[in-house]
Design a protein around this ligand. Structure first.
Ligand code: IPD
Ligand code: CA
Ligand code: CA
Length: 264
């Protein structure tokens, strides 16, 4: 029998400790490098944080697999067994430019099913956490299930990239959604955007390209409050590849999908 309480306690302890190391790093100079393009940034703290988790997990749970953004974990071909999915710093551009609006995202899945989801807002010392079937929490406060919100009162998180010419979607599909809602926001951290949706601060989140470590923890939280997450085509997310992502309160997911996204 898997002792999920034990895994959760370790995960929470490690995420807080990793956050403290990141806060301490502000006193030191950052080493900034680029990855796939000049705007795809990584720092020594992204790498060190991922390595910190890997060391702890290997030491404590040697049979568990790890999928981490920076590639220090395992080469994952399937989600059989227990897999940790880690984004050591989600919102690296914010981390570098603003020293805020970033998070550590840690999820633990068993045979492809999310069991634990943690999103830690390091600067505010705010932990969003959930266990499958046990509810979602903001620090020690239980988060209420998501209620319906009318489209015209909704706030949508969307990056301006997707409503201008881009390679992934015809902006004409998304512009009517932006016009129909109350307002838009973009925070630059997918994990925080999902945490904000779970806590009702935003109502919809649309993006064209996320990796499993960006949304794995968010999915566990979202399931506990009745949020709906699919690709923009309305299909389930694949935890081994990149996906487009459409997250919303249940009524808004249904309404936006039927009226704006579904191919007619
Ligand atoms: C990025 C952030 C950003 C999202 C990108 C992600 P990173 O993660 O979540 O908000 O739009 O797609 O790659 O690179 O800062 O971990
Ligand atoms: Ca990320
Ligand atoms: Ca990252």
């Amino acid at each position: 029998m898997v002792n999920w309480d034990e895994i959760e306690n370790y995960a929470k302890h490690w995420i807080k400790e990793a956050g403290e190391r990141i806060r301490d790093s502000f006193k030191m100079e950052l080493v900034i490098e680029t990855k796939s393009n000049p705007d795809d940034l990584v720092t020594n703290m992204d790498k060190e944080t991922e390595q910190y988790f890997i060391e702890k997990i290997h030491e404590t749970f040697p049979t568990h697999k790890i999928l981490g953004e920076e590639g220090f974990g395992d080469k994952i071909q399937s989600l059989s067994g227990i897999t940790w999915i880690i984004d050591p710093i989600d919102g690296t551009m914010n981390f570098i430019h603003q020293q805020r609006n970033f998070a550590i995202s840690v999820a633990v899945y068993e045979d492809g099913v999310g069991q634990i989801g943690l999103i830690y807002d390091v600067i505010h010392d705010e932990l969003y956490h959930a266990r499958k079937g046990k509810g979602a929490y903001f620090n020690s406060t239980k988060i209420k299930p998501l209620e319906d919100v009318p489209l015209e009162k909704a706030i949508v998180a969307i990056n301006a990239t997707w409503v201008t010419e881009n390679k992934r979607i015809d902006p004409k599909i998304l512009i009517p959604i932006v016009n129909a809602v109350r307002g838009t926001r973009s925070y630059g951290s997918a994990a925080l955007e999902m945490a904000y949706l779970v806590t009702g601060r935003i109502d919809v989140y649309i993006t064209m390209r996320l990796s499993p470590w960006d949304f794995a923890a968010g999915v566990v939280l979202l399931n506990e409050v009745g949020g709906v997450i699919t690709t923009l085509d309305g299909k389930p997310l694949n935890l081994l590849t990149e996906n487009s992502v459409f997250v919303a309160r249940p009524n808004l997911h249904q309404e936006i999908f039927s009226n704006f996204l579904k191919r007619k």
